[in-house]
Design a protein around this ligand. Structure first.
Ligand SMILES: Nc1ncnc2c1ncn2[C@@H]1O[C@H](COP(=O)(O)OP(=O)(O)O)[C@@H](O)[C@H]1O
Ligand SMILES: [Mg+2]
Length: 397
């Protein structure tokens, strides 16, 4: 082929000789994440170990992550540097005697993930900073949605903090194209605390499941702690009383309203990311600019604080924050037919108190926030029956 002087497709492939693994910074779904060095540049190296037991799933995870990272170039999406497939190495534990690992290399972000960042920097997180973070997430998600991509695991651990306190989305191992209406196979993927009810209940879902997760992240930004738990008693809707007690008095009203709209029970009633972004940008104009906040939006924001709600002090966060990270995502294939659901390895079990099998009834059925009005009892009963069916399939109850 004639040399046109342009980069070739395989230029994403990195030479393992050029990569140096430094300290481990996180446990990956299939391996670990390291800080590293690539020809003098700080990078993050996600090592995905492919074992015989979960080979197919691990390869799919890598394919998804790399496909999205390669195609989604956006200021609020982690920058892809390349991929490295080292030779198979000897492993006495593996049946074949070998193990294989794939290294996914991305830019290095120095401030870790939003889950830890919130807990470490509570006192500095003004409303302006938090709204800017929400804008970053909504911008990236609006962009992904335009490409018909659903993230499916939007949560604070998958939101990384840049040097100047802004956000980039990472971890696309569960991302997929928006399903066509007639798809028969649904995958239950995500992390329970951030999962839309329709996903938890094993129903059809679309990109609005990400909007729901975004709403839960907004609540976390609002309260600077984990949002209230949802339970089967309210068909995984938030309880109104819980939300009332959770939102601090000085929270800008529009922010609390947006979180409530994003977590509406009916997915069709949730705003799109584009609309959420518009509302957040309007809200930003009413907040005082923060000194030292990076990004053009911050500096271009109007300097006219309007309401008392725009106060920049952070309300006491209430309950003690558990330092524990949220559980790893689940990935369960739910067959709509009568065949039993098969549980795919996800690097972690549905363990601990967040397992739906262990969720307990959390109050009366009528006090949840967003479940559609009218025939509420019916809807609730239906949702509960569906949940029980799903749980039975998953053999978790
Ligand atoms: N590029 C990066 N820069 C800094 N930290 C990162 C980077 N990528 C991942 N991490 C850290 O590693 C954790 C796990 O990474 P992630 O991509 O979510 O993998 P997984 O969820 O599969 O373990 C993140 O929550 C974050 O703390
Ligand atoms: Mg992750």
């Amino acid at each position: 082929m004639e040399d046109d002087g342009l980069p070739e497709d395989n230029e994403w492939k990195l030479d393992p000789e050029d990569l140096e693994k430094l300290e481990q910074i996180g446990g990956g779904n299939f391996g670990a994440v390291y800080k590293g060095d690539y020809v003098g540049t700080s990078v993050a190296i996600k090592e995905v170990v492919i074992s015989e037991d979960d080979e197919e799933f691990a390869r799919k995870y890598i394919e998804r992550e790399v496909a999205v990272l390669r195609s989604a170039r956006h200021p609020n999406i982690l920058n892809f540097i390349g991929i490295c497939t080292p030779e198979k190495t000897k492993d006495s534990k593996s049946r074949s005697g070998f193990k294989e690992s794939v290294l996914i290399v991305t830019e290095w972000l120095p401030n870790g993930n939003l889950h830890k960042y919130i807990r470490k920097n509570k006192d500095e997180l003004t409303w302006t900073k938090r709204v800017l973070m929400a804008i970053d997430i909504a911008s990236a998600m609006a962009f992904l949605n335009k490409k018909n991509l659903i993230h499916r695991d939007l949560k604070p651990e998958n939101l990384l903090i840049t040097e100047n306190g802004r956000i980039k989305i990472c971890d696309f191992g569960f991302a997929r194209r928006k399903p066509k209406k007639d798809v028969g196979l649904m995958t239950l993927a995500g992390t329970e605390d951030y999962m839309a009810p329709e996903v938890t209940l094993g129903e059809d879902y679309d990109e609005k499941c990400d909007v729901y997760s975004f709403g839960v992240v907004l609540y976390e930004l609002i309260g600077l702690r984990e949002p209230p738990r949802r339970s089967p008693a309210t068909a995984f809707d938030f309880r109104a009383d819980d939300i009332k007690a959770f939102v601090p008095a000085d929270c800008p009203e529009e922010l609390a309203q947006l979180a409530a709209h994003c977590t509406r029970y009916r997915s069709s009633e949730r705003p799109s990311f584009a609309e959420s972004l518009k509302r957040l940008k309007e809200l930003l104009k009413t907040l005082p600019p923060d000194a030292g906040v990076g990004g053009s939006l911050a500096s271009s924001a109007s300097a006219t604080p309007t309401t008392a709600a725009a106060a920049t002090t952070v309300a006491p966060a209430g309950d003690a924050v558990s330092g524990a990270a949220t559980p790893p995502p689940v990935a369960v294939v739910v067959q709509p037919s009568s065949s039993p659901a098969s549980i795919q390895p996800s690097g972690g079990s549905r363990s601990g108190s967040s397992s739906p099998a262990k969720w307990t009834a959390g109050g009366q059925g009528s006090d949840h926030v967003n479940l559609p009005a009218g025939g509420e009892g019916d809807v609730l009963a239906k949702e509960k029956a569906r949940l029980e069916k799903t749980m039975a399939k998953l053999q978790l109850n």
